[in-house]
Design a protein around this ligand. Structure first.
Ligand SMILES: Nc1ncnc2c1ncn2[C@@H]1O[C@H](COP(=O)(O)OP(=O)(O)OP(=O)(O)O)[C@@H](O)[C@H]1O
Ligand SMILES: [Mg+2]
Length: 262
């Protein structure tokens, strides 16, 4: 099982929309996917656990295996957890009761589930709290959704520093895949920051190739609970191609790393 965490401390930059679409992308390719929501705002859980009877929508829904705080952070998780091809652990207030002793159980519990899952996608809250630290302690890969603003850039620097710190407690460093520019709108303030990034070797290399534009289709897809690429309008198809290109790039980066690890 390969674990991919979406995190940036800045709120509203697309952690939930991008992580859910990434899970859908992998489900569509036939992988067994586990989604873990560690954000008690529950945005991604709502999108993935709609009790719909519409078969076109139902196939994008995940089976709820329980609450992340109650199960994944317990020394002895229940032995009757059912993992389907697409499973979600949701987030509730119990996550706020985590401490540094309980968060160590996440790694053991994911190891138990690992043989039944190909990819695990983790959505995190917009803060560097205990939930985020727990995710960064165990994740193989890290993606930082990034808005091109001064605050967005600050959150990228903060994440790179947090990664360095977390790496000291890990056997292997986190593979930081990079910042994924989201909500790009070509406004002068954004292109100015993009130029600033491109002028810096360090920042440029910290970006994932490809930009996700600011398009209503992404927000609509999330509330409609279906991937943007299932839409029939030209704008939705364009958005679908754009986001799938970004995921294809991410999967290539992961494959390259996995192959070099042997
Ligand atoms: N590329 C995009 N174009 C247009 N709207 C977008 C795009 N990406 C996300 N949104 C919208 O922006 C809002 C914030 O997105 P999202 O909830 O994914 O961010 P987040 O980082 O998870 O937020 P939080 O930090 O609160 O968890 C949502 O309303 C979402 O639908
Ligand atoms: Mg979110």
């Amino acid at each position: 099982m390969i674990t991919i965490t979406y995190h940036t401390r800045k709120g509203g930059v697309g952690k939930s929309v991008l992580s859910v679409h990434h899970a859908w992308y992998l489900v569509e390719q036939g992988y067994r996917v586990l989604f873990i929501n560690l954000d008690t705002q529950e945005n991604s859980s709502k999108t993935l656990t709609d009790a719909t009877t519409d078969p076109d929508k139902a196939k994008w829904q995940a089976t709820r295996a329980g609450d992340a705080g109650d199960i994944l952070f317990r020394a002895t998780p229940p032995d009757d957890i059912t993992l389907e091809a697409f499973t979600i652990f949701t987030a509730s207030a119990s996550l706020s009761l985590l401490d540094t002793t309980t968060f160590g159980y996440l790694s053991e519990n994911l190891n138990l589930l690992s043989p039944h899952i190909d990819y695990c996608i983790i959505d995190t809250p917009p803060a560097f709290g205990i939930e985020t630290a727990a995710a960064l302690a165990i994740t193989h890969y890290l993606i930082a959704p990034l808005e091109l603003s001064e605050m967005g850039l600050d959150s990228l620097y903060a994440l790179m520093a947090a990664k360095e710190e977390m790496d000291q407690y890990r056997e292997e460093p986190i593979h930081f895949l990079g910042g994924l520019i989201n909500k790009f709108d070509n406004k002068p303030s954004q292109t100015q920051i993009l130029n600033f990034i491109m002028d810096s070797e360090e920042l440029r290399s910290a970006l994932i190739k490809g930009v996700i534009k600011n398009r209503q289709g992404y927000a609509d897809a999330f509330t409609q609970r279906t991937p943007v690429w299932t839409g029939t309008k030209t704008a939705e198809r364009d958005a679908g191609n754009e986001i799938k290109r970004a995921f294809a790039e991410i999967m290539t980066l992961i494959d390259t790393t996995e192959n070099s690890n042997g």
